[in-house]
Design a protein around this ligand. Structure first.
Ligand code: SF4
Ligand code: SF4
Length: 373
């Protein structure tokens, strides 16, 4: 469906949105400050939202500051997007046990999640989720574990008004505002006194119909437009203006891979915080008596030794090979696999890299020259 026209929703009524979602049977998750970062956590009181918080991000730095702003969403993002809510960091895929006759029985453990409403989703998070959908749902391997959680998700997006210094969603075409068709059910634009609210789905419309909304005036539309412009102009990070996809493939022996490896710790943080990385491993958790076992899926990373272990050998022995794999997959071979880039410009891999390695800077060095035709 098309996106509804913006209507005004006063900040003093925000609790009503939470109550309506809870009354509709959703568990509500919303951004909150915890352990010095913005995280999506269970929410039933508007007072738990991070009012006045700002995040200061730069390579290897994430810090929250408080201000006297009445806004709830004047920060860019936290360490995780929506990925852990649909692609669980650790989950059981099936378990096996012996029946009375001693035969092994295998039982699938498809989750039956409570419907989940997430408030505060960014446009880059929506784009990350669309990519995850492509990986887990649209290929020839429909993943029932991911699908069960995904079907139960209602998304209340909020346009980004305060991008971090590490953000570059304008360069990837994924922000700072959420466009029609990007998967939100409701969309908020935060203004000084309240919000412009739009519905992007039938479910979103049903929630909006229960809220005290009034007509938006010209001043509100103007404020929203200026805010968008300011957010776009804040983002200075760029991607090389040439064919990155081709250039990376042509520069697989570039000396910069070695230079990166001298700084890279191969810790895998960049892949853990990335909203699109989907690598995982599977492992058994057998009971000590051998009578039962749980088969688990856990997040993995192209930076671990085990991830490139195959048939008795590790084929990405050195850090430079692992970083090259990661960057080349994200910005080049992902296109062939999923028909898009694997990067949505959220900047998390820059802030949460303990060595402060910045993908935009590394791409600028490696993809400096125009690739051969
Ligand atoms: S590669 Fe970095 S900037 Fe791009 S989506 Fe992943 S974490 Fe975000
Ligand atoms: S690039 Fe940074 S976050 Fe990624 S593995 Fe290397 S040190 Fe860790």
């Amino acid at each position: 469906m098309s996106v509804s026209k913006p209507r005004y929703f006063a900040r003093r009524d925000f609790q009503r949105l939470i109550d309506v979602l809870l009354d509709c049977g959703y568990q509500c998750l919303g951004p909150q400050e915890k352990d010095g970062a913005i995280q999506y956590l269970p929410l039933d009181q508007v007072a738990s939202l991070p009012q006045g918080y700002r995040d200061v991000q730069s390579p290897a730095r994430y810090q929250l500051q408080t201000t006297d702003s009445p806004r709830y969403f004047s920060w860019a993002n936290g360490p995780q997007a929506l990925k852990p809510l649909v692609f669980a960091p650790r989950e059981s895929l099936w378990h096996s046990k012996r029946d009375a006759d001693g035969r092994l029985q295998f039982v699938e453990t498809i989750p039956e999640p409570t419907p989940l409403a997430v408030i505060g989703v960014r446009s880059c998070d929506l784009a990350g989720l669309t990519i995850q959908d492509r990986v887990f749902l649209h290929g020839d391997k429909h993943d029932p574990y991911y699908a069960a959680r995904r079907e139960n998700l209602l998304l209340v997006a909020v346009n980004c008004s305060h991008p971090a210094e590490t953000c570059f969603c304008t360069a990837t075409g994924n922000g700072p505002v959420a466009e029609a068709g990007t998967g939100f059910d409701l969309l908020l634009t935060e203004l000084n006194d309240g919000y412009l609210l739009q519905a992007g789905s039938t479910r979103g419309e049903q929630v909006a119909a229960q809220l005290p909304l009034t007509d938006a005036n010209d001043q509100m539309h103007y404020e929203a437009g200026q805010q968008r412009l300011a957010a776009e102009q804040t983002m200075s990070r760029q991607l090389p203006a040439l064919n990155i996809k081709k250039s990376l493939l042509q520069h697989q022996e570039h000396p910069q891979w070695e230079a990166i490896a001298e700084r890279c710790l191969s810790c895998g943080n960049c892949t853990m915080v990335c909203p699109t990385c989907f690598c995982h491993a599977e492992q058994e958790q057998p009971q000590l008596d051998g009578e039962a076992s749980v088969h688990e899926r856990v997040w993995d990373s192209c930076f671990t030794v085990g991830h490139s272990y195959i048939h008795g050998m590790v084929f990405r022995q050195e850090t430079k090979h692992r970083y090259r794999q990661w960057l080349t997959h994200k910005f080049s071979t992902w296109h062939g696999q999923f028909d898009s880039s694997g990067c949505v410009g959220c900047g998390r891999c820059i802030s949460w890299c303990p060595a402060g390695i910045d993908v935009t800077e590394e791409l600028a060095v490696i993809c400096k020259e125009q690739p051969d035709a």
